[in-house]
Design a protein around this ligand. Structure first.
Ligand code: UD1
Length: 470
């Protein structure tokens, strides 16, 4: 394996064709209107009819903890199918700020942590994304200490890290909060020790932090009421390939036997189930038929169940390809209302709640959407209302929204405030009559690789306005 001395964060040339990524058209930038826009904007002209096939990128939420976990390993880790996104590049910067060597090659990252000489990652980078905080587990486990700023990420409600901290304490860490930074060190001066910890809530991030820490703790750790999300299973797969001993990933209990050393390995990040679900919802809201791959169908069960109940036809074309059809037959519109409540996996993903809400505003009847994971994940509602969506907030049950059927959404100027809420506006813009202009595009770009190119490839009328370079 070659040695890596620099982080190449400049955009790398894309392969022209690969099995995972069929050729997609180059981005279309409207240079005539550049001067009018201080920030990038997406301009959608609808209603769109989609057709064809879309390739799903690697999972952002799998890639981030796996990149953090490379800090547990000596030697080089080769992580393939990493989506080229702001968040993954920020995580690479976090690793570099610790002294790791990272090379970015297309959708591959090569990480060598042998030169790590700091336990305090750059605070500015940590504060850009939620996933940056996950380095606290590997750092304290391998190097005995970590000083990590409180994390950033989407503003979708209170996002504490108390479970990460209490879990680390149960593994023998002393944890203090100083100047907005969490300082953790092994109380015995040597390293973490195995222990037992029950999470109050199956937090994905806390499960991942503690799994990484326990892999290098002395002795056996039992973690209960852990998250069962596929991204947790992906992380366990990576750690196991590196020599860790993790039992129970995918269930609500993990038993981990600590090892004094893990070695870097190769790993292919699984397809992004949230991106896949978003495109399935794009087919539904535009009453179109598209196919998507690669996708792991069993991870999509809760969405498939809701889409089927609404009247969509979902066909499994191969082990990793789904076809979604919402084409209306004779007699007009076909999709019906459904009731959605988000929850930890295998429940309905909170990361698809805004997108399915956009769909439900176009379905016949009264739908309800209840958000039970985050307390402020509703910033898209006020924007959807501007398109003419009929959504009513039930003040008695604060997190319940009721969507009524609307026959036509009409284009408008909208602002994206977070990744998935922003994406729900894109979906609504695809279905709306006329032009929808979306600013705050940087939020959306954090979660969707080559979004406008993929949509255009499916036949959508999407343009990206870029500000004039100064
Ligand atoms: C991850 C995902 C995010 C997804 C979320 C839930 C990443 C980078 N992000 O976020 O896209 O929406 O899972 O599927 O993987 N909580 C606490 N204390 C803690 C930690 C969490 O109370 O220490 C609470 C949160 O406030 C929230 C709930 O637990 O209400 C779920 O959060 P969590 O599962 O931790 O989400 P993240 O890991 O931040």
């Amino acid at each position: 394996m070659a040695s890596f001395s620099t982080l190449n964060l400049s955009p790398s040339p894309k392969p022209t064709h690969s099995l995972l990524k069929p050729l997609i058209p180059a981005p279309e930038i409207d240079t005539r209107t550049q001067i009018q826009t201080p920030y990038p904007k997406l301009i959608l002209t609808g209603p769109s009819q989609l057709s064809g096939h879309v390739s799903i990128s690697g999972s952002k939420n799998s890639a981030l903890p796996i990149l953090a976990a490379t800090l547990c390993c000596s030697g080089t880790s080769r992580i393939q199918n990493v989506p080229d996104l702001f968040d993954t590049r920020t995580m690479a910067s976090v690793l570099v700020s610790l002294g790791a060597k990272v090379e970015v090659l297309d959708n591959e990252m090569l990480v060598n942590t042998d030169g790590v000489g700091s336990v305090e990652p750059n605070a500015d980078e940590i504060q850009k994304i939620r996933g940056g905080f996950f380095v606290i587990g590997p750092l304290v486990a391998r190097f005995g200490e970590a000083v990590v700023a409180l994390p950033g990420g989407c503003n979708i409600g209170v996002r504490p890290v108390d479970l990460h901290i209490r879990g680390l304490q149960s593994l023998g860490a002393v944890v203090e909060l100083r100047d907005g930074k969490v300082q953790a060190y092994a109380a015995n001066g040597r390293g973490l020790v195995g222990g037992s910890f029950q999470l109050d809530y199956p937090s994905v991030g806390a499960t991942e932090t503690l799994m990484m820490a326990a892999c290098m703790a002395d002795g056996t750790t039992v973690l209960s009421n852990v998250a069962r999300e596929p991204e947790v299973v992906d992380l366990a797969r990576f750690l196991t390939n590196c020599g860790a001993c993790v039992d129970g990933a995918g269930s609500n209990k993990l038993v981990i036997k600590g090892k004094s050393q893990l070695r870097g390995c190769e790993c292919v990040v699984a397809p992004d189930r949230i991106e896949a679900g978003t495109f399935m919802l794009a087919a539904a809201i535009t009453r179109s038929c598209i196919s998507i791959s690669p996708v792991i169908p069993c991870q999509m069960s809760s969405l498939i169940h809701k889409l089927s109940a609404a009247g969509c036809k979902i066909k499994k074309c191969s082990h990793d390809t789904l076809e979604v059809s919402a084409v209306s037959g004779r007699g007009g519109d076909n999709l019906l209302s459904v009731v959605v409540k988000t929850g930890p996996y295998p429940g309905f993903p909170t990361d698809l709640q805004p997108q399915i809400m956009a769909l439900l505003t176009t379905c016949n009847g009264l739908s309800s959407v209840e958000e039970s994971v985050f307390d402020k994940r509703m910033s898209h509602v006020s924007e959807l209302l501007k398109l003419g969506a009929k959504i009513q907030e039930n003040s008695m049950i604060v997190l319940t929204h009721v969507c009524y059927h609307v026959s036509v959404l009409n284009g408008s100027s909208l602002v994206a405030n977070d990744i998935r809420g922003g994406m729900s506006l894109v979906l609504a813009g695809l279905a709306a009559e006329g032009t929808t202009e979306i600013s705050g595009v940087a939020h959306i770009d954090r979660g969707y690789e080559n979004l406008d190119m993929k949509l255009r490839f499916l036949g959508a009328d999407v343009k990206r306005l870029m500000p004039l370079a100064s």
